[in-house]
Design a protein around this ligand. Sequence first.
Ligand SMILES: *[C@@H]1O[C@H](CO)[C@@H](O)[C@H](O)[C@H]1NC(C)=O
Ligand SMILES: *[C@@H]1O[C@H](CO)[C@@H](O)[C@H](O)[C@H]1NC(C)=O
Ligand SMILES: *[C@@H]1O[C@H](CO)[C@@H](O)[C@H](O)[C@H]1NC(C)=O
Ligand SMILES: *[C@@H]1O[C@H](CO)[C@@H](O)[C@H](O)[C@H]1NC(C)=O
Ligand SMILES: *[C@@H]1O[C@H](CO)[C@@H](O)[C@H](O)[C@H]1NC(C)=O
Ligand SMILES: *[C@@H]1O[C@H](CO)[C@@H](O)[C@H](O)[C@H]1NC(C)=O
Ligand SMILES: *[C@@H]1O[C@H](CO)[C@@H](O)[C@H](O)[C@H]1NC(C)=O
Length: 443
Amino acid sequence: MAAGGRAPAPWVLLCLGALLAPWVSAGGPCQVEVNISSTGTLPNGTLYAAKGSQVDFSCSSSSWPPPIVEWWFQAPDSRTEPFGNNWTASSFKLFLMSQNLQGNYTCLAKNMLSGRHRNVTTELLVYSPPPSVPQCWAEMSPGTFMLQLTCRWDKGYPDPNFLWTEEPGGVVVGKSQLGVERLNQSQLSDGKKFKCVGSHIVGPESGTSCMVQIRSPSILSEPMKTCFVGGNVTFTCQVSGAYPPAKILWLRNLTQPEVVIQPSSHYVITHNGQSSTLTIRNCSQGLDEGYYVCRAENPVGLREVDIWLSVKEPVNIGGIVGTIVSLLLLGLAIISGLILYYSPMFCWKVGRTFRRQDMGDVMVLVDSEEEEVEEEKDVAEEEEEEANERVELPKEVQKHSHIHRVTALVNGNIEQMGNGLQALQDDSGEQQSDTVQDDDRPV
Ligand SMILES: *[C@@H]1O[C@H](CO)[C@@H](O)[C@H](O)[C@H]1NC(C)=O
Ligand SMILES: *[C@@H]1O[C@H](CO)[C@@H](O)[C@H](O)[C@H]1NC(C)=O
Ligand SMILES: *[C@@H]1O[C@H](CO)[C@@H](O)[C@H](O)[C@H]1NC(C)=O
Ligand SMILES: *[C@@H]1O[C@H](CO)[C@@H](O)[C@H](O)[C@H]1NC(C)=O
Ligand SMILES: *[C@@H]1O[C@H](CO)[C@@H](O)[C@H](O)[C@H]1NC(C)=O
Ligand SMILES: *[C@@H]1O[C@H](CO)[C@@H](O)[C@H](O)[C@H]1NC(C)=O
Ligand SMILES: *[C@@H]1O[C@H](CO)[C@@H](O)[C@H](O)[C@H]1NC(C)=O
């Protein structure tokens, strides 16, 4: 920016005089030439330089005698300080522009002889783009049920501009310095993307951008639950995929429209991110059984799941134990009955065992048993002795040899086992009788 050319006509003449006629007494300074580069110019004429860039300042003027040219700097709200001086011309460079170098730069040309001076003041702003990339997000606009898109790109000077567009397609949603746009539901659909482009006067030419994709919620939950009367039950509702995050509500659909469940001593509701639980305390059958609804909603969509709660009478532990004990006792009784019914000889064997210990001779023992049997039969069967040989033979055998004794025992048992084993008894008995007859008949 060149300035200082507004000298009145008499000064111009004096300047000319100063340049052309050194013998003329003191003249000037008239023109002060200021050049500041490389900078940009705002619409209102103010210069700006990017933070970190190099800026060259130069200033020159002429007068007779040659003037002293000085640079002064004034930061906002501080005193003016000299930046150096020189004869005729003054120039300097600032290599790394920073915020504290923003201010008014004044070039002063002074004719030492006449004491006249002229100055030119140039305002230089030091602009900086935000150091990071833009951040953008979507949220439910408080109060309304609209979608709010927000784009942030902080720590830049001056503030950047934001352009929100729909992607793909690039339909403009809004352009602002705030970066916030609101959309109503008719403009939203699941999976739609929105792009925010941040642009800054000294930032990247094409700006930098970020993108959001909006999604309706999905719900994961159990379809049914059971609660015992007087007990507690907890439903869990896990929402996923929702962007912006969904609002989760629990409802009871006893009536239409459904009623939102409010937290109370009976209903405990806890939210943890996109997960919510409803605990029902002190379940009662009439009040609590039925459908519950978990509803997840964001501006993009709404999902609901029904959960069925069945309330049952608490299980009576005493009753269960009683039943089990009764069943055990019944089983024991049946088994005992069966044993007694089918195996009375178990008792006899036991009895015999004791007796054997006493007598030390099995033969005698068996004998006595057979005799008992025999006594019963004796009278009736005396005449049929021939026919009943097999039955009676063992009795005789027992008295004479070890082998026979064992046989008799076997036969005796089989005899009492019933008809099913009769054949077996017959066979063995047959062989037995042969042997017996050969050996023992004479007795
Ligand atoms: C020119 O505009 C900039 C940015 O809007 C402002 O900071 C500055 O003060 C303005 N300068 C003048 C002289 O109006
Ligand atoms: C004064 O300006 C002249 C001409 O631009 C330059 O050669 C000289 O080095 C400068 N001196 C100082 C002290 O800046
Ligand atoms: C420069 O000077 C003008 C006029 O005195 C003042 O309004 C402006 O704020 C100054 N600019 C800076 C950056 O100090
Ligand atoms: C939704 O936005 C469209 C376009 O901006 C507008 O025409 C419509 O009235 C809005 N609807 C509601 C319910 O705000
Ligand atoms: C139900 O929850 C309450 C509060 O957490 C607790 O005091 C109570 O013991 C629970 N009842 C049962 C049956 O677990
Ligand atoms: C509650 O929801 C269930 C499952 O969707 C449905 O069968 C039942 O009719 C609803 N009850 C009322 C009163 O709407
Ligand atoms: C549980 O509910 C029953 C009736 O629904 C009520 O009489 C009882 O006082 C309740 N118990 C507690 C601990 O709230």
